[in-house]
Ligand binder design. Sequence first.
Ligand code: NDP
Ligand code: MG
Length: 382
Amino acid sequence: MVQTISLLGSTGSIGRQTLDVCREQGIRVAALTARNSIGLLEEQAREFRPRLVAVSELEPALELAKRLAGLDVEVAYGLEGLRRVASLPESEAVVTAVVGMAALWPTMAAIEAGKRVAFANKETLVCAGELVMEAARRYGAEIIPVDSEHSAIFQCLQGSRDRGEIKRLILTCSGGPFFGLRREEISKKTKADALRHPNWSMGEKITIDCATLMNKGLEFIEAMRLFRVTPEQVEVVIHRQSIIHSMVEFRDGAVLAQMGTPDMRLPIRYALTCPDRKQSALPPLDLLQCPPLTFAPPDLEAFPCLRMAMDCARTGGASCAVLNGANEAAVELFRRERISLGQIPELVAEALDKIPNVSRPAMEDILEADRQARECVTKAVQ
Ligand code: NDP
Ligand code: MG
């Protein structure tokens, strides 16, 4: 179990739940970051007394420094601030709870510093997963997934030393708030509708991705990168109850599942304590009170985002970065109520169509694909 962590994105949904786990387990929090939520960051800094906090811009950093005057907490800002948090010598682990591609450079800094990376952020794995995993091998950084499905798979793989034993990864998917609807019906749903997730309470971006099933598409690619499997070895299964968090089928036919009450603090805790399991206050899973567990195939007509992501997984190259960049830009426009929900898959499809793919991309190619995808979405909407 780790004793001291740095937490990137402490004011978000995963960030706040990570702090719950730190309180529960007595883990020291040496550094915190946020984009601009300085009110909450100040509260967190007063409680956890980190050595360093960082925000994205200079102005909120100056305001925060004023508010924290008298405490022994240094305030940094910008990418350099995030990088310093990620590579702080006293932190054994770094939790990446920043949303979007903004997590890329701080995550790379954590890897280069050889940290255990508790990987919540999925966008960087989708865009640059091959390079991220290669860097982790080179620098001896341990990558532990926090995303519940990938944590489930990681848990099922404990004790399995040979990746050749894996036949299939079965990613479960709640189906989101629009399960069972047709594409035309989903297209007209509002932001308020999209933010009503049946089983999980999360940040806005991922909640919208859950409504379009882009989230499962990103997770499909994330699974390939984390566990080095082919797209043919990943299957998505709709499981409305969110009790089985994912499964691994081995070559001898055994299928292992990780089950439990849906609560992100479980995968967060495991990422910080593994290979140990520590006491938690999680309500026990009462199988006798559980609804029947059901499984169904996803509807790829109703949810084109999932289909496009699976296509990109097979195409590879920089297409995954185009998919993700276009989706981030489109979701941001939907959050600001500038476009309809139905426009998200349309804009992603347009970007994938217009931007030529680059095979075996270097980091520059990935960043360029991400930039072009965002630009393509912005232009299409103007
Ligand atoms: P939130 O939106 O709740 O939190 C995001 C955090 O990142 C906040 O601390 C925010 O700061 C900070 N942040 C946002 N943009 C930037 C930026 N450009 N630069 C630096 N910091 C930034 O997100 P979630 O906690 O829901 O998700 C975080 C990541 O974890 C995502 O990649 C998501 O896909 C993944 N994940 C989340 C799950 C969940 O249950 N929420 C489940 C599985 C995966 P501020 O508050 O100042 O804006
Ligand atoms: Mg997930």
